[in-house]
Design a protein around this ligand. Structure first.
Ligand SMILES: NC(=O)c1ccc[n+]([C@@H]2O[C@H](COP(=O)([O-])OP(=O)(O)OC[C@H]3O[C@@H](n4cnc5c(N)ncnc54)[C@H](OP(=O)(O)O)[C@@H]3O)[C@@H](O)[C@H]2O)c1
Length: 473
């Protein structure tokens, strides 16, 4: 059987999807809407059930109301899809789930299995805080829910090298690696996928994708919002752990990867992991942590908190393609703009009549927002008898391409889990390399510096880009 046939077969098998943490923020805001989106697109298996799991109690009917309320708040609206049919597929299992007690899950799974024809396969989706991953993983083993199942871990998979190793040892003991999917949802944004596809589909782009032509790579995930809704979670985590070592490292590795042998799921994951293994250990002197003024006044934030609400880092990748090219990573709250952008800043003109003339460097930039966009900025002659040079930007909004139907990251991720495609998921060797890369930083965290709300962070973060400057400033 070819891998395409295998994928089609597993996508069409009766499936029971168990969503642990179904009452939580992630489930309501991102997972449930994407499930409904896939139902609207007819991309779910013919026979399926979604079992919400949680420590509280809810009837199946109350859970359907909970999912409906999530769709009404975050879309797509129930009226925009097959709501009644969708709702009939939803069940709830209360009483929690861990190694000590499976709660109501075994009974509800038995009910779901009875409702479906044949052997249903199980997908466990852990949308719970990472502190619950270990006991749930043990629970799958204790309660006989491992064989033939797929398990999906949210990020972060570990919170340090030590906790990563402890979790992964448990996961590898219980599951075969082929059963395990580890999410980093930034890999599934439309424009993020185009960092790979546009690069390898356009030889001119692939030709400049190296140290000879690229002066800097910049990755910015900036938010104007503060942390009001999730203050206690945020204060225990901070921008560096929440964003840099997870999302921005994976994005940097996607930019940095060597051409994979093919676009198959294993090849892409392996290429990204290999790039992560070339990351040089982060130097604490090349990391800036910031805290916006007013953060300590937010309800739920301790008065003496030293948590970073912004982190910026200069990362180096020790291989032939990228040696000497800084990868500048920055993410924070209460910043000047809402942006999610990867920018390759190309080198200054080195020879010819414009050498040394101070021509602004060209940039190739991928925006992840909305349906995604690719922006190419270059210098041209300013039209008119006076002449001179000007820089202009050609923008390609991906969502406006013929036939484009941009989907949210979680719709891509769930569909990939159902078809067994690992290309958008993090690999275990890459995650180990990421946690290893921040060991020295974790032992010698720099002081947190204040910054003005609505700015791009402390001045020291700007200085990381010198002698260049941040594309977003
Ligand atoms: N929210 C986001 O935007 C986002 C983005 C990317 C990744 N993630 C990741 O997704 C996961 C869930 O995030 P979230 O924001 O949805 O978290 P959350 O709202 O704090 O928790 C999700 C649910 O998990 C259950 N839960 C909480 N503590 C638990 C425990 N100790 N043991 C078992 N269940 C527990 C709770 O449901 P019950 O009380 O009903 O049991 C809770 O509603 C986390 O790993 C997070 O890092 C979240």
């Amino acid at each position: 059987m070819t891998s395409e046939q295998q994928a089609a077969q597993s996508a069409s098998a009766p499936t029971i999807f168990v969503l642990y943490g179904a009452s939580g923020d992630l489930s309501r805001r991102l997972v449930m809407p994407s499930f409904f989106e896939l139902a609207r697109l007819g991309r779910l298996p013919q026979q399926w059930r979604l079992v919400g799991s949680g420590r509280g109690e809810m009837s199946h009917e109350e859970f359907r109301g909970h999912v409906r309320a999530a769709l009404e708040e975050f879309g797509p609206q129930p009226s925009e899809g097959p709501w009644d049919d969708f709702a009939a597929h939803l069940l709830f299992a209360g009483g929690g789930f861990d190694d000590a007690d499976p709660g109501r899950l075994p009974d509800v799974l038995a009910q779901a299995r009875e409702e479906l024809d044949g052997d249903a396969r199980l997908v466990h989706y852990l949308a719970v805080p990472p502190g619950a991953f270990l006991s749930m993983t043990k629970g799958f083993e204790c309660h006989g829910l491992v064989e033939g199942a797929t398990v999906v871990y949210e990020k972060p998979y570990g919170t340090s090298l030590e906790s990563f190793e402890e979790l992964d040892a448990q996961v590898q003991r219980v599951f075969d690696e082929s059963q395990v999917f580890r999410i980093d949802h930034f890999l599934a944004f439309e424009a993020m996928q185009d960092v790979i596809h546009a690069r390898f589909a356009n030889p001119w782009l692939a030709a400049v994708w190296n140290r000879e032509h690229v002066a800097q790579v910049q990755i910015d995930i900036a938010e104007t919002l503060d942390v009001a809704q999730r203050a206690s979670f945020y204060d225990a985590t901070g921008a560096f752990l929440d964003m840099i070592v997870t999302h921005l490292f994976q994005m940097a590795a996607t930019v940095a990867m060597e051409p994979p042998a093919d676009l198959g799921p294993g090849s892409l994951q392996a290429a990204r992991d290999a790039a992560l293994q070339d990351f040089r250990e982060l130097d604490p002197d090349e990391v800036v942590l910031g805290q916006f003024e007013g953060y300590l006044d937010i309800d739920g934030v301790p008065a003496d908190s030293r948590t970073d609400t912004l982190a910026a880092a200069r990362l180096w990748i020790d291989n032939d393609r990228w040696r000497g090219v800084p990868f500048l990573l920055r993410s924070g709250k209460r910043m000047s703009a809402d942006e999610q952008r990867i920018t390759l800043v190309l080198r200054d003109v080195a020879d010819g009549p414009y050498a040394g003339a101070g021509v602004q460097p060209a940039t190739i930039s991928f925006s992840l927002l909305e349906g995604g966009a690719v922006d190419v900025a270059m210098t041209v002659r300013r039209p008119g008898v006076e002449g001179g040079l000007a820089q202009g930007t050609a923008s390609l909004p991906l969502g406006e391409l013929d036939g484009a139907t941009p989907a949210p990251p979680y719709a891509h991720l769930i569909e990939h889990v159902l078809t067994g495609d690992r290309s958008l998921f993090t690999g275990v060797e890459g995650l180990r390399a990421a946690w290893t890369c921040i060991e020295r930083f974790s032992a010698q965290r720099p002081q947190v510096q204040p910054y003005a709300p609505g700015s791009w962070g402390p001045q020291a973060a700007d200085a990381l880009a010198e002698p260049g400057q941040w594309f977003l400033r």
